[in-house]
Design a protein around this ligand. Structure first.
Ligand code: NDP
Length: 445
């Protein structure tokens, strides 16, 4: 495999799209050996095809704010690869959204979905709309306008969007309402739906729960458990909330959460009503996690800082991409952190990952650790197709089994000669092989 040739071509075709380039390079470096051992991939041009999205839709989203002023945002849907199932992946509403971010997320999603054992291709979408400070009515009008364009590109067997940053149950409700009206059908076209109208139990918790199940397997492989361990978490959104809930259930202690403005350190542990308060904080659309320290006086707020300077056993970045760099990695290693699992997508920079691996810290990438979210979306699709709903115990058990299976797959493909498991390599190889073989079977299309 000529990685530099492929990267040069990609950079020429998609100039300046750093996040996209970063995600592709990581996968290429991990799969190089396996790819070269299978010349049939090269003859079928698999790499050149798998790194390009199948298609991208871009559209304008006009809407009126509460003062009657017209606002215009950009909307996107990137349909990346449907070799193993309909396109599947979330929608992100955040001012930072652009095509580089969505291509990186869509590319990652292809391999993540492949790891889940469920038949789902990969896609991603969203808008540069900023939900912060917007009223409910403004969010509804925006979602309705967004769906007025998106509906023609999606469908329960074509492309099934879900939530991501800035898109939770409320937004999925508004989007689904408009889709239903336009299409005149009640199908599983979005996941993350409300429980009374086709949603699955455990879906809101699934990404965080799945991440902690994965950590449990990583620790078990070393003869350890979550009980009594301390955790540093970043973010305070959906993933951080689910992870904090499950960590507490398994006897761990959550010391931090964070927002773009800084982090909260709570030495008493973030549990019980404090976890409920995270939901309130998130729903408030406020910028800061600072109110937490007023509400719970034992906690301290560190303005402009990241939680990776806190002494902890396990770090779980659950906020956003590239939020954990070289210095953060050094702090964690110096403070005796032994396990880092990515709840968010690509939160660690390549330099940070290299440092964890060199220090033999257990390190697992987002596409394995946070795959429980999309896996449970897959379970929601199955329930919709069968027109029934499973009890929460059943969904949770299936989620748990899927996470155990992803962990085993990573071990199988990522174990190195000295016994250290390179989870990045394991996840990328396993995710890639399934997609590449499906593409081979289906011919050049
Ligand atoms: P949410 O919008 O619910 O939460 C994201 C959180 O991160 C918010 O608390 C946000 O604060 C905070 N945040 C944003 N930027 C920063 C920053 N620079 N530093 C610290 N905190 C920051 O999103 P999710 O929890 O759904 O998603 C979090 C991550 O998990 C993303 O990478 C997403 O792609 C990934 N993911 C999500 C899945 C899901 O099921 N929801 C599934 C798989 C992956 P603020 O709102 O103030 O910006």
């Amino acid at each position: 495999m000529d990685i530099e040739r492929i990267m040069n071509d990609l950079e020429k075709k998609h100039p300046g799209e750093m996040e996209y380039h970063q995600a592709v390079r990581e996968v290429l470096e991990s799969i190089e050996e396996v790819y070269d051992e299978n010349p049939q991939f090269e003859s079928a041009g698999i790499l050149d095809r798998v790194i390009e999205p199948d298609r991208i839709f871009t559209f304008k989203v006009p809407w009126a704010d509460d003062n009657g002023n017209v606002q215009v945002n950009l909307g996107y849907r990137v349909q990346f690869n449907n070799a193993i199932g309909p396109y599947k992946g979330g929608l992100r509403f955040h001012p930072s959204v652009n095509l580089s971010i969505l291509k990186f997320l869509g590319f990652e999603q292809v391999f993540k979905n492949s790891l889940t054992t469920l038949p789902m291709g990969g896609g991603k979408g969203g808008s540069d709309f900023n939900p912060k400070g917007k009223s409910n009515a403004e969010i509804m009008r925006f979602c309705q306008s967004f769906m007025l364009e998106l509906w023609q590109f999606i469908g329960p067997d074509t492309d099934v969007p879900a939530g991501d940053i800035g898109v939770g149950g409320r937004e999925i409700g508004f989007l689904y309402g408009m889709y239903k009206k336009l299409k005149r059908e009640h199908t599983g076209v979005l996941t993350g739906k409300g429980i009374n109208w086709g949603g699955s139990l455990i879906r809101p918790e699934a990404t965080g729960f799945g991440a902690v199940y994965f950590v449990k397997e990583m620790l078990t492989s070393k003869g350890e458990s979550i009980d009594g361990k301390t955790f540093a978490l970043s973010g305070f959104g959906n993933v951080a909330w689910g992870a904090a809930t499950k960590i507490n259930q398994l006897g761990g202690k959550v010391l931090t959460i964070s927002g773009p403005d800084g982090y909260i350190y709570d030495p008493d542990g973030i549990s019980g009503e404090k976890i409920e308060y995270m939901l309130e904080l998130r729903a408030s659309n406020e910028d800061i996690v600072k109110p937490y320290s007023y509400e719970f006086p034992g906690a301290k707020f560190f303005q402009g800082k990241r939680p990776w300077e806190v002494k902890c056993d396990i770090a779980l970045p659950c906020a956003t991409e590239n939020e954990l760099g070289k210095e953060d990695a050094q702090n964690l290693i110096n403070n005796g952190c032994t396990c880092v699992a990515e709840g968010a997508n690509m939160p660690s920079t390549p330099e940070a990952i290299e440092m964890f691996q060199e220090a033999k810290v257990l390190f697992a990438p987002g596409k394995a650790v946070n795959a429980g979210g999309v896996a449970t979306s897959g379970l929601e699709m199955s329930q919709n197709a069968m027109k029934l709903g499973w009890p929460s115990e059943e969904v949770d058990e299936r989620l748990h089994h899927i996470m155990i299976s992803i962990h085993e797959t990573c071990m199988e493909h990522g174990r190195e000669d000295d016994g250290y498991v390179n989870y990045v390599k394991g996840a990328n190889i396993a995710g890639f092989l399934k997609v590449a073989n499906a593409m081979l079977d289906q011919g050049v299309i």
